[in-house]
Design a protein around this ligand. Structure first.
Ligand SMILES: C[S@@+](CC[C@H](N)C(=O)[O-])C[C@H]1O[C@@H](n2cnc3c(N)ncnc32)[C@H](O)[C@@H]1O
Length: 229
């Protein structure tokens, strides 16, 4: 297995940015960005509030991030994405909706988690529709692997939750197998769109709706960090 820090889990590349996207990246991002660094960071430098802390990995166009922020203005949300067009899309939502509780990490989440955050930092980690890498020879690029699950577990607080969605049946089985084999986190019930104690009704993005319209049913997984002793 390739080293955790060498594995590239994303495929999309930034396509040409429009003038307005460039403007958002140049003028709005600097105030909201948590710049990548190789040392542990002090989160109080980036958030004045102290509410529950979320990490969303691979937010795409940021629709879920923005909806989460509107739903829980007192929570702190870190959105992590490598795709510049997606970051610009989230910045647009932040501006138009005057969202105050989102900070942006423009980095591979696996690398950022390895370096920047102390153990037991996050209340929630969200992984919505991670890239499925359907070809067998690409399975090693999937973000769910034994070492990354251990990384997510370590980054969660006691009682914290890892929330995953996918509309790819085979990837769903892959995730179940890895989680079951490792037994680091406890599987919790998910009924329909009711995900967890705080997110009463699932936020459904355009990406998710499109998949569903094309006959791909979204499946949700919820894991909690509990002491197994
Ligand atoms: C299939 S898209 C899903 C986007 C969004 N979560 C949604 O549900 O609409 C997966 C996203 O994850 C991002 N991604 C993949 N690996 C990542 C990583 N290691 N760190 C940060 N973002 C990542 C990709 O750039 C892409 O935007």
């Amino acid at each position: 297995m390739m080293d955790i820090l060498q594995r590239r889990t994303f495929g999309r590349k930034t396509v040409r940015l429009s003038k307005s996207q460039e403007k958002l990246l140049g003028s709005v991002l600097p105030d909201l960005e948590i710049p990548f660094c190789e040392d542990k960071i002090d989160l109080s430098r980036y958030f004045a509030e102290s509410g529950p802390l979320h990490l969303e990995i691979g937010f795409g166009d940021g629709e879920y991030t923005a909806a989460l922020s509107e739903r829980f203005p007192e929570h702190r949300i870190i959105g992590c994405e490598v795709f510049k067009n997606g970051i610009a899309a989230l910045l647009k939502l932040i501006e138009s909706k005057s969202l105050k509780n989102i900070r942006i990490l423009q980095k591979d989440a696996v690398i950022a988690l390895n370096h920047m955050f102390n153990k037991e930092t996050f209340d929630y980690i969200h992984l919505n529709h991670p890239d499925p890498w359907p070809k067998k020879r690409h399975h090693k690029r999937r973000i769910i692997q034994s070492d990354t699950v251990a990384l997510f577990e370590s980054a969660l607080k006691q009682g914290g939750e890892l929330l995953i969605s996918t509309d790819i049946c085979e990837y769903y089985s892959w995730i179940l197998e890895h989680m079951e084999e490792l037994k680091l986190l406890k599987r919790m019930p998910v009924s329909g769109r009711f995900l967890d104690s705080f997110n009463k009704e699932r936020i459904v993005t355009r990406f998710e709706r499109k998949g569903n319209e094309n006959g791909r049913e979204t499946r949700y997984l919820r894991y909690k960090k509990v002491s197994f002793s």
